[in-house]
Design a binder for this molecule. Structure first.
Ligand code: ADP
Ligand code: MG
Length: 725
């Protein structure tokens, strides 16, 4: 009999890190030298795979995967939902003699067919040409996934229509990397910096999540189906003691985290940080930053594995942005920078005046981008679930502004007044250059209320929702910053050539110009305050608290112009995204409303009636023997029951109501503009009628929950779900 010995030495992460990835080490081991070299170059330069070596590479990957126990392979892709999609194919091929061999050709590796007709495409793929195809993203390595049921070779891919339109989230990300690479190189060239490697975005993605005991979740249809509680009274203790953040991690959770990390290490995902978050039962996992494309693929894997491992510990990992009312929701901070291993991080202020000047050009280009295209970035994080964070004055607000910190702000302000005189603050490096003010040596303060903050050598975009694929936001950032770098490069080139400026004074002019024109987007104060709301209005910043306000930005003329100009998304692709996201918003709201009605009618109403009957009987029986009891509670409960019934009916009425004109609906088939109008009308009905009706119903139910006998209440309460660990 073997029994687990706690002192037995466990394998260390450094021993098995990356063992399930066909990474550089595996390539070197399994590929002929010349093929390895060629493949390596292709990956570094982000080019197309040489068809001549595809078969050799495929065969090596297959042998490697089979040696790990894989029987199937799949092209993994990232459709416009926030999930990953996969279709498994067996390596098995009959050998013609009654037996079978494992086979996997170059074309199996490089391209696959995917009938994604049931995946949302926003009209990009009509049913008569429903098939799309998947194409290997060579910059994201293949890996094997170990499931209880079997082992599968996974190949990260793009997902396109036969006409080459992007049906996924990865394709635009790679395109936007190309855009930023080109424009960043133009700026760098002016500073005498050249590089042969592409410049790309880096992403450090912090992932927040909740863990709840599985037994409770099974008893809550709302958590099961909607991923959030539609009802639930706030517990007497929430997060107000601030005893949770960085608190000691409970043992079951700790065991869970260790297992998650083991899985992720095997997949070569550099998870680094784990801690308790602000709300009870809320946690965070953060890997080290990587190339943003890879980091995004890894984030999808992290979400998958967080969910899967939870099951083994009788937990459910909840990635919804706002599963519990009254405590913090979950986000996904996107730490964003650009660069490559030759030029380093282009948002790093550097140490010399020359580096400082280069930094200022990149910094100001981002400021300009945020000011011009903030609404586009905002639209990329719009969803029914994220509305509960962004629209509800919870971190961070829906107004896109940029936080620089007082010290950098001060540096930039000097450009505006045209007098550069250094800083009065002590912690400044004096770089002894006449025209450029010194850049602070350290990033200075932090501001948690800003959606987009400069944090020393990168920007942190905090509005992304915990369940979202961050690719959309990275695409927007890359594209809008590329356009700004294009502007800056052109500005500097003109100053240098036509006006014979020195580089220093050209930079001076550029910075002064951008600060003058685009400072409205800079805000260092409290992003949650109502004062900021008014101030943002005065500054004419777009204020889009909810999804129906935010999504139209995808087809603003300036956004279409931006995305087509840099070959990131064409008009049809933008429109399709807008359509899919509207549809998701409308469907989610309707599903939740129907679920709320079902729960109220079939679970809550009967429970409350039982309690009312108990009270009434008690009152009557006591009265009959001459004991006087107060009937206050009975009256209160009875009143609430009437209100409950009214609220359910009102919600049902709103769900049934069709806000769209019949004529418009007929026109929509012919005209995309009408189709969008219909969606806007439906989404606004959701926001202004259905959501408030759900809130009204919820407030009545939550009041009842704390009056009715606990043994009659049909659902586990917040105090159990959030505090049993
Ligand atoms: P905090 O919780 O204080 O925001 P964390 O250390 O939890 O910080 O997460 C910061 C994230 O930012 C990590 O993923 C880290 O690797 C990443 N990061 C650090 N430097 C960069 C950079 N230059 N570009 C992108 N991400 C970065
Ligand atoms: Mg952070």
């Amino acid at each position: 009999m073997s029994c687990h010995n706690p002192c037995e030495k466990k394998a260390l992460p450094i021993d098995y890190y990356g063992e399930n990835v066909f990474n550089d080490k595996a390539m070197r081991q399994h590929l002929p030298k010349n093929v390895y070299k060629s493949l390596k170059q292709t990956i570094e330069k982000g080019e197309q795979l040489d068809p001549a070596i595809a078969d050799v590479v495929a065969s090596a990957i297959k042998d490697w995967a089979v040696s790990k126990g894989a029987t199937h392979y799949t092209h993994v892709f990232y459709p416009l939902t926030d999930n990953s999609a996969e279709k498994h194919d067996s390596f098995l091929t009959p050998d013609g003699n009654g037996g079978a061999i494992a086979e996997f050709s170059g074309s199996n590796l490089v391209q696959g067919e995917a009938d994604g007709s049931s995946l949302p495409s926003g009209g990009l793929r009509s049913t008569f040409e429903a098939r799309g195809y998947t194409a290997w993203d060579i910059t994201s390595p293949a890996y094997v996934i170990e499931n209880a049921g079997g082992i599968v070779l996974c190949i990260p891919t793009l997902f396109l229509s036969w006409t080459g339109l992007a049906l996924d989230k990865k394709t635009p990300l790679l395109r936007s990397n190309q855009a930023i690479s080109k424009q960043a190189k133009r700026v760098l060239k002016l500073f005498g910096v050249e590089t042969n490697l592409p410049i790309a975005a880096n992403g450090g993605l912090e992932q927040e999540y909740f863990l709840v005991d599985r037994d409770y979740v099974m008893k809550r249809p709302d958590l099961l189906i909607a991923g959030r509680t539609l009802f639930g009274a706030k517990p007497p203790k929430g997060q107000e003691f601030e005893d949770q953040y960085y608190g000691v991690i409970p043992e079951r959770v700790f065991a869970y985290m260790i297992e998650v990390e083991e899985e992720l290490y095997k997949l070569g995902i550099p998870v680094k940080t784990r801690h308790n978050e602000v709300a009870p039962s809320q946690y965070e996992i953060a890997p080290l930053y990587e190339d943003a494309n890879l980091a995004t693929d890894h984030n999808q894997l992290i979400m998958t594995i967080l969910r899967r491992v939870a099951r083994k510990h009788n937990l459910v990992c909840i990635l919804h942005e706002k599963p519990f009312q009254g405590v913090n929701g979950s986000g996904k901070h996107v730490n964003y920078s650009i660069g490559n291993k030759e030029v380093g991080n282009l948002f790093d202020p550097g140490e010399t005046p020359h580096e400082n000047a280069q930094f200022l050009v990149f910094l100001c280009s981002v400021i300009r981008a945020m000011h011009k295209y903030g609404a586009f970035l905002r639209a990329t994080v719009a969803s029914a679930s994220n509305d509960f964070r962004l629209g509800a004055h919870e971190a961070p607000p829906a107004i896109m502004s940029l936080f620089l910190g007082d010290q950098l702000q001060e540096v930039l302000d000097q450009f505006r007044i045209g007098k550069v005189k250094g800083s009065r603050k002590k912690r400044m490096m004096n770089i002894g250059v006449d025209i450029l003010p010194p850049i602070p040596a350290d990033p200075g303060d932090r501001n948690r209320t800003s959606p987009f903050a400069f944090v020393g050598n990168r920007f942190e975009f905090r509005a992304v929702g915990s369940s979202q694929n961050p690719a959309g936001s990275i695409v927007a950032l890359n594209t809008m910053v590329a356009e700004s770098l294009d502007f800056s490069a052109t500005f500097l080139e003109r100053e240098l050539q036509q006006n014979n400026c020195t580089l220093g004074s050209a930079v001076q002019k550029l910075v002064a110009y951008i600060v003058e024109e685009h400072s409205a987007v800079l805000f260092n104060g409290d992003g949650y305050s109502s004062v900021w709301h008014k101030e943002a209005e005065r500054r004419k910043l777009p204020i889009h608290p909810y999804t129906p306000d935010a999504l139209p930005a995808f087809t603003y003329p300036e956004v279409i112009d931006l995305c087509t100009r840099y070959n990131v998304l064409c008009r049809e692709e933008l429109r399709s995204r807008q359509e899919v996201y509207f549809e998701q918003y409308i469907k989610t709201t309707h599903t939740e409303a129907k679920l709320a009605i079902r729960m109220a009618r079939t679970n809550i109403y009967p429970a409350v009636l039982r309690y009312q009957t108990e009270l009434a009987k008690n009152f009557k029986v006591l009265g009959s023997i001459g004991v006087v009891n107060s009937d206050k509670l009975l009256k209160e409960v009875s009143e609430l029951i009437i209100r409950l019934d009214t609220a359910v009916r009102e919600l049902q009425t709103q769900v049934n109501f069709d806000p769209v004109d019949e004529k418009d609906r007929a026109n929509a088939a012919k005209n995309a503009g009408f189709a969008t109008n219909i969606q806007i009308t439906e989404a606004e009905h959701c926001l202004h009628k259905i959501v408030p009706a759900m809130e009204e119903l919820r407030s009545i139910v939550d009041t009842l929950e704390v009056m009715v006998a606990e043994d009659l209440w049909p659902f586990p309460s917040y105090q159990h779900m959030l505090f049993v660990k």
